[in-house]
Design a protein around this ligand. Structure first.
Ligand code: ADP
Length: 254
């Protein structure tokens, strides 16, 4: 009896394992298809959109002030919408490339990455009279360019979403828990209502008006990158008080 039962268990396990392997292969293929599909779509959409935006801008330059006021306004709306769509498609393309152009993980000194990020954001920091400080950050295993994208997107937001007439004050820190590093980017900006705090990490989701430029892709990119590094990202925030974005990266074990 015992021998038969064991034989049956083994056969059942084998069947389950084969089914699992088959499902994984199908899922992998469909992921690859989806990846290629979104890449092609974003790429192919750019060409006709470039023509539309180009001719709208030509209309604007040649006829602004020569038709009536309504016409000026209509052209203005159309130009703005075309530029917005161009930016959205461009960011969507960057988003799909996060997977297709991902680099292998390497030892990455986050102090150097942050210094580089701050250099790239220098004009925005000066324009907003922001104060950006940071603690000593760790060395982690990761995709250097992608970690830079995370810092850049979080810092751009902290610089952008500041309260009227209040200069941004931003602090970046990290501390070690058992198996991971917990990073923190804190600002004194407009904050985020509790009901929107999960949704902001979704593609194209934004909860501010057009007075704040953006496509709603920055945090979706951060999430995709942190997911790839097997970390987590979330926010704690209070409207009008500021926000703290947290993300984790696995700690390098000696
Ligand atoms: P974008 O900045 O282009 O709008 P993101 O994906 O970076 O897109 O952010 C999504 C939304 O999350 C923003 O539109 C805004 O509503 C909110 N948000 C992100 N960062 C902050 C911040 N530091 N302070 C206040 N709101 C923020």
């Amino acid at each position: 009896m015992g021998v038969f039962a064991t034989a049956r268990d083994i056969t059942e396990r084998k069947i389950i394992e084969e089914q699992l392997a088959k499902s994984a292969a199908i899922l992998e293929q469909s992921n690859r298809d989806l990846q290629q599909y979104s890449y092609i779509t974003t790429h192919d959409l750019q060409e006709p959109l470039r023509v539309i935006a180009g001719f709208l801008q030509l209309l604007e330059h040649r006829y602004k002030g020569k038709l009536d006021r309504d016409a000026d306004e209509f052209i203005d709306f159309a130009v703005n919408a075309a530029v917005r769509l161009q930016n959205m498609i461009n960011d969507l393309m960057i988003y799909t490339r996060l997977e297709s152009r991902a680099k292998p993980f390497e030892s990455t000194d986050c102090n150097l990455v942050l210094t580089e990020t701050l250099k790239r954001l220098q004009s925005e920091i000066e324009a907003t009279r922001a104060t950006v400080t940071h603690d000593v950050l760790p060395v982690v295993m990761g995709d250097r360019d992608q970690i830079l994208t995370v810092f850049k997107n979080l810092l751009i937001n902290s610089l952008k979403f500041h309260l009227k007439d209040v200069a941004p004050v931003i602090h970046v820190s990290a501390h070690r828990t058992k198996n991971e590093w917990l990073f923190r980017v804190t600002d004194n900006g407009i904050g985020i209502a509790p009901r929107n705090q999960n949704e902001i990490f979704t593609v194209f989701k934004r909860f501010v008006g057009r007075e704040y430029p953006g496509t709603g892709m920055g945090l979706a990119m951060c999430k995709k990158i942190i997911d790839r590094h097997e970390g987590r990202i979330w926010v704690e925030s209070e409207p009008e008080k500021g926000s703290t974005f947290y993300f984790t990266l696995p700690a390098v074990t000696e």
